[in-house]
Design a protein around this ligand. Structure first.
Ligand code: FAD
Ligand code: PHB
Length: 431
């Protein structure tokens, strides 16, 4: 009989015949049946929930160290590989993708940027990362391209990814016999594992499976959102442009020589229906305006509004369950940190799991939260700083506006201040 205890209060017992019982008073009440499908793996060392950047990177690192794992992903492969999200890769992330042998396309198609433009009231300055950080840079390469490369590599290496498999229960993580119950093709299955990696994003099940008295939660909802577009338009700038304008924030980014990625600040209750393509281009052109700048336009093929939020919990582990990436923290996208933080968590988690299997020692697993949170807090601060610097929060000319303007003037004057921004933007090496 497998004994299963969820991260919460309920005690569940899963019998070999697949019947699931819950303790009720003195006895046990049957609450369901779970299928054991002989064609599917029933046991692994690390059960990974989610095939986002966190889950896929973890699988590749564990596989390299000959640790067995299975990824359970709620969505289809097509959905995962086409979901448009981040695009900015820090040097650390690029280095790891190289190390894992999944950077062939990234090398060919990724755009290496040695600096970034910052604009305020139509005045533009450039921060040269390479000069200020000893040659470190960022690379622009869409998150969905990273995921395509990683999924392909997993399949080639024989790492099992079950798509359209939703984890519905995490059991037994407080004991040494953890299991994941998941639903695929309208059938329930169970996967036993030594460890569970909750790489299931902000809306996943892993965080809600932690007992709620073991962590503090921090949350900040900003009073604005981003309307983001992808367009078949030649980029209007060779490097990214972050702009404060009295009409609101705008960001010029890109994906290739023919595709631009652009964002504007909108109200939280704004809707896509309010934004025709012409209106978006017009607004971008006004907000990104500086002397000599011309905005290239083209057919828009993706449009979405994303709310801006800072969120985190300060404990990423409970027994044999470990959280990584958006499951544990969200940053506003102004610093381009979300994906990079997910990968940084995984470096610590993979290292600790490999150490455990090699030396049978839990010390690195015990230190996982503290190690990962140092970088998370740094990224929270930097993302919050960039958000406040470039978004319109109060009337033009107000106290807040003057603080923002003063910061911008200081970046222009001080190499030390510009260096602080550069090293946070490309990603600190030793944190
Ligand atoms: P995710 O990428 O969210 O992956 C989690 C996976 O788990 C998902 O595929 C999900 O389907 C799966 N899952 C969830 N629940 C279950 C379950 N019960 N069972 C099985 N699978 C499950 N960052 C930036 O830096 N710049 C940006 O411009 C930017 N834009 C973004 C736009 C949006 C709409 C969102 C949501 C995020 C954006 N981010 C951006 C953040 C960045 O994309 C994330 O930080 C990054 O995806 C985190 O990776 P992850 O692997 O932790 O989580
Ligand atoms: C992007 O290219 O999508 C991008 C770049 C920088 C950010 C956010 C998003 O800060």
């Amino acid at each position: 009989m497998r004994r299963a205890r969820t991260g919460g209060d309920d005690r569940k017992i899963l019998r070999q015949d697949g019947n699931l019982f819950q303790r009720s008073g003195e006895g046990h009440e049957k609450i369901g049946t779970i299928k054991f499908n002989a064609n599917l793996k029933q046991k692994t060392q690390v059960g990974i929930i989610g095939a986002g950047p966190a889950g896929l990177t973890l699988a590749l690192l564990l596989h390299r160290a000959t640790i067995d794992c299975v990824i359970l992903e709620y969505r289809s492969r097509e959905y995962v590989e086409s979901r448009v999200r981040a695009g900015l890769l820090e040097q650390n992330t690029v280095d790891l993708l190289h190390e894992l042998g999944v950077a062939n396309r990234l090398n060919k198609e990724g755009l290496r940027h040695r600096g970034v433009y910052l604009s305020f009231d139509e005045q533009r300055i450039r921060i040269p990362f390479d000069e200020l950080t000893g040659g470190r840079c960022i690379t622009i390469y869409g998150q969905q391209e990273v995921l395509k490369d990683q999924v392909q590599a997993c399949i080639e290496k024989g790492i099992e990814i079950l798509f359209e498999a939703e984890v519905t229960e995490i059991n037994g993580v407080a004991t040494n016999s953890s299991s994941l119950v998941y639903r695929q093709n309208d059938e329930q299955h169970v996967l036993s594992c030594d460890f569970v990696a909750g790489c299931d994003g902000f809306h996943g099940i892993a965080r809600t499976s932690l007992p709620n008295n073991i962590y503090n939660e921090f949350r900040k909802d900003y009073p604005f959102s981003w309307l983001g577009i992808l367009a078949h338009a030649k980029p209007s700038s060779d490097e990214l442009v972050y702009a404060y304008h009295q009409r609101g924030f705008a960001l010029h980014s890109l994906r290739s020589e023919t595709v631009s990625r652009l964002y504007i600040q909108v109200d939280n209750d704004d809707r896509l229906e309010n934004w025709s393509d012409d209106k978006i281009w017009n607004e971008l052109s006004l907000r990104l305006q500086t002397e000599g700048f011309h905005l290239n336009t083209g057919a828009i093929f993706e449009k979405a509004i994303t709310p801006m939020r800072s969120f985190m919990i300060d404990n990423l582990q409970y027994g044999r369950l470990f959280l990584a990436g958006d499951a544990a923290h969200i940053v506003p996208p102004t610093g381009g940190k979300g994906l990079n933080l997910a990968v940084a968590d995984i470096k610590w988690l993979a290292g600790a799991l490999i150490h455990f299997y090699k030396h049978n020692k839990e010390d690195q697993l015990q230190g996982y939260t503290a190690n990962a949170l140092r970088r998370v807090w740094r990224a929270q601060d930097f993302s919050n700083f960039m958000t406040y610097l470039f978004h319109k929060q109060a009337a033009h000319g107000s106290f807040e506006y003057n603080l923002q303007k003063s910061k911008f003037d200081y970046i222009r004057l001080s190499k030390a201040y510009a260096t602080t921004i550069a090293e946070n933007y490309v990603g600190l090496k030793d944190i």
